[in-house]
Design a protein around this ligand. Structure first.
Ligand SMILES: Cc1cc2nc3c(=O)[nH]c(=O)nc-3n(C[C@H](O)[C@H](O)[C@H](O)COP(=O)(O)O)c2cc1C
Length: 551
């Protein structure tokens, strides 16, 4: 039996019918508080064909409030979400065990801790599965999760697995399609092929029975040269044509949108990193290397992603990092971006290199941040725009890089931060720290916050990814200041991963979405929030404080 409906009557009815129909066990899927966010389904407005129904559910319950429905406008997702129960927890498994004599197998376990709980509850089997990676992206491969779970279960229950079981990945994907198209013959064919291939493998490994295979320990299965060290979560880039109905569905798609929309030199300025852009890529790759180990059955019905920054409550850990020249992207510039951030009830950091002066802001709580790096970017002159915070100095220089470096001071040192602290009562956050040593100095000087950042890898190429630098800095700061991060945050799962280290989050976004002005910024903030909530739902973490044990 897959999934538990949110009324006892429906579950009870399903169990009784399964018993009566002669089923030999109940397989309970435990990691599915809702359907995964599958962008192709959303894009296709996928829905069940009219002539098909979920035959096991004669009647469907009422509306289900889970706070992330708008992300899932696939018809099936909506339908199914009405059947699920976000309060599902291990007590429900206990109840299930109490109402049937059939063995219960829990499906969707990825952590040894959950496997142990399942065994203690008396479950007869554990199916290690991430549902073919159709629920939460970024989780561990099931074959990687298996050894730890087998060890934890220690023979007290049967352990099975699914996920990625193929012959040669590309070929089998085609075979899977034809398998469905061929009905019973197709399914029989795939079962035959896999059995024959297994027998081949056993013949060539000197293992005559399945029990013999045990001597090939997991540690002996050495990854080949082609083994991927990152989850296969590369987002598919979809060509977005402005003016079509192709509104970007995720933050990465805004980059495509911007490429079509902006003049080349504007796009290049927004999108680039410095030199060979190694660190730009690394900011993303480092996130992908972090694998999620979700927990299950932890009642995620009371979802809360609010947090605080320097004593100010905000509704989301996704904030807006400072970036220059918003009016180059859209005529409404910083007014639009601050307005979107204010409506999302989150923190906005105004860049000194703003094209709107800091007095013309729509946010009440502005954090003063002093950039401690010299911007060295090459861009053709943008003569109709000015650095509104430096009106007295807007003359003469027509090259942006010259203009900016003219404003900065290469003698800048920690003494200047000390001076800054002495002239204002506002909290001071230093942005651009990548080493624990510097973080400690900042704390000693009395800085209230540290924003771990390599400025989107736009300064020095070759530096570490910020998400890699974060843990050591969190440790060095040891709670004496708030720690935030930005760099490479493009998915809600990235925010989730960063939050495990900071408990406050941070994050930024490339300015690409400014192509749509306030609507674009609002859209990106909404997408990241909803993706974060998804990650939390599927990981058994109802609040940001709960995150910590899953990366
Ligand atoms: C176009 C652009 C302009 C930026 N301008 C500034 C700036 O004026 N001051 C600053 O401290 N950081 C600036 N940054 C860096 C961002 O604050 C942030 O650190 C970076 O965008 C995070 O990396 P990501 O965009 O790849 O996620 C800028 C970044 C971009 C992309």
């Amino acid at each position: 039996m897959s999934w538990v409906a949110d009324t006892i009557e429906i579950t009870l009815d399903l169990v009784r019918r399964a018993e009566k129909a002669g089923y030999k066990a109940i397989v309970l899927t435990v990691d599915t508080p809702m359907l995964g966010h599958r962008e192709p389904d959303v894009r296709n407005h996928f829905s069940l064909p009219n002539h098909l129904t979920m035959a096991n559910f004669a009647k469907v319950g009422g509306e289900h409030e889970h706070g992330v429905a708008s992300l899932q406008d696939s018809g099936l997702a909506h339908y199914v979400s009405e059947l699920f129960d976000l309060t599902l927890n291990w007590k429900d498994v206990k109840w299930l065990k109490s109402i049937t004599k059939l063995p219960v197998v829990v499906k969707g376990v990825l952590s040894p801790e959950d496997a142990k709980i399942a065994v203690e509850m008396g479950c007869e089997g554990i199916l290690v599965s991430n549902h073919g990676a159709r629920q939460l992206d970024g989780v561990s491969a099931t074959i990687d999760a298996l050894p730890g779970i087998v060890q934890a279960v220690d023979g007290r229950a049967e352990v099975y697995m699914d996920g990625g079981v193929r012959h040669r990945t590309a070929n089998i994907a085609e075979r899977n399609d034809s398998c469905v198209q061929q009905g019973e013959a197709g399914v029989a064919n795939v079962l035959r092929i896999l059995n024959e291939e297994l027998k081949h493998a056993m013949l060539f490994s000197g293992t005559a029975t399945l029990a013999d295979i045990g001597y090939v320990q997991f540690e002996m299965l050495v990854p080949g040269p082609g083994k991927a060290t990152t989850p296969s979560s590369q987002a598919t880039m979809v060509k977005i044509v402005p003016g079509s109905d192709g509104t970007p569905l995720n933050v990465l798609e805004y980059e495509e949108y911007a490429k079509e929309y902006f003049p080349k030199n504007t796009y290049d300025y927004f999108a680039s990193g410095s030199d060979a852009m190694v660190s730009l890529k690394e900011n993303r790759e480092a996130f992908k290397r972090l694998v999620l180990h979700p927990r299950v059955l932890r009642d995620v019905s009371n979802m809360d992603i609010s947090t605080t920054v320097l004593g100010h409550k905000i509704s989301t850990p996704v904030c807006v990092a400072p970036s220059s020249t918003h009016r180059m992207a859209h005529p409404d510039g910083e007014i639009a971006s601050t307005s979107a951030a204010a409506k999302a009830d989150t923190c906005f950091i105004l860049s000194t290199m703003s094209t709107t002066s800091l007095e013309v802001r729509s946010l009440c709580d502005l954090i003063t941040v002093r950039g401690i790096h010299v911007l060295a970017l090459s861009l053709k002159s943008i003569l109709h725009l000015t650095m509104a915070n430096f009106t007295a100095q807007n003359s003469g220089l027509t090259n942006y890089a010259d203009y900016v470096s003219d404003l900065y001071d290469q003698t800048l040192s920690w003494k200047d931060v000390q001076w800054l602290k002495s002239i204002t009562k506002l909290p001071v956050v230093v942005k651009g720290v990548l080493s624990p040593e510097d973080a400690k100095i900042a704390v000693e000087i009395g800085c209230e916050g540290i924003l771990v950042s390599n400025h989107g890898a736009r300064q020095l190429d070759g530096v570490s990814a910020t998400i890699d630098a974060l843990p050591a800095i969190v440790q060095a700061v040891n709670g004496r200041a708030e720690v935030y991060m930005d760099g490479g945050v493009r998915r809600g799962t990235d925010v989730f991963k960063a939050t495990t280290n900071t408990y406050r989050g941070g994050g930024g976004w490339r300015i690409h979405c400014m192509a749509q002005g306030e609507v674009g910024v609002a859209n990106v903030l909404r997408i990241l929030d909803e993706e974060l909530k998804h990650a939390m739902l599927f990981s058994g973490t109802a609040s940001l404080a709960d995150i910590g044990c899953v990366v």
